[in-house]
Design a protein around this ligand. Structure first.
Ligand code: SF4
Ligand code: SF4
Length: 157
């Protein structure tokens, strides 16, 4: 997949991202996209079939005909209010793993969207500002490292 210069910035920002565990995204995100790999991961985690996983945990995506979405979101059914964390952290969907900088809505933007709802995102951008020139014109080694990291995070099929 050809990447735009800002994609490299986004990947590094996500790698350096330090979530503050405020739980806001888990309480407001809607819909939460579910990809085929997410279904397989959830099925394995709950030790149920793919069909049962789809029936129990998903609904048709409201805007993307080829996707599913979590059945209960805003707040997400897996958000633990007491512990302020995800009850299925190991099996959380790809969009949760990639939030905020590699969310599907960010890919292809000529710039980076900083989410006002996420208290850690602005701080994260500040952290990589000093490396911005290198990230916008990555050398071959940096490019390879970031592309590898992206492909690991974005496995959706
Ligand atoms: S699955 Fe976990 S990380 Fe994703 S929105 Fe729900 S509680 Fe948050
Ligand atoms: S809104 Fe940002 S800081 Fe808060 S839990 Fe979500 S990713 Fe972490």
């Amino acid at each position: 997949m050809p990447l735009d210069p800002y994609d490299y910035v986004r990947i590094q920002a996500q790698l350096d991202f330090q979530c503050q565990r405020c739980g806001i995204c888990c309480q407001v995100a809607d819909p939460i996209d579910i990809y085929p790999k997410d279904i397989r991961r959830l099925a394995s985690y709950f030790n149920i079939s793919l069909e049962e996983t789809i029936a129990e945990y998903t609904v048709p995506h409201p805007t993307e005909p080829d996707l599913l979405a979590f059945k209960k979101s805003a707040p997400c059914r897996f958000y633990d209010q007491t512990q302020k964390g995800c009850k299925i952290y190991q099996a959380r969907p790809m969009v949760c793993r990639c939030s905020p900088f590699l969310s599907p809505g960010q890919i292809g933007l000529l710039g980076i969207e900083v989410y006002e709802d996420c208290p850690a995102s602005e701080e994260s951008i500040k952290r990589i500002e000093k490396d911005l020139d290198l990230l916008l014109n990555p050398d071959a080694k940096t490019r390879k490292r970031l592309e590898k990291a992206l492909s690991k995070m974005m496995q959706i099929e």
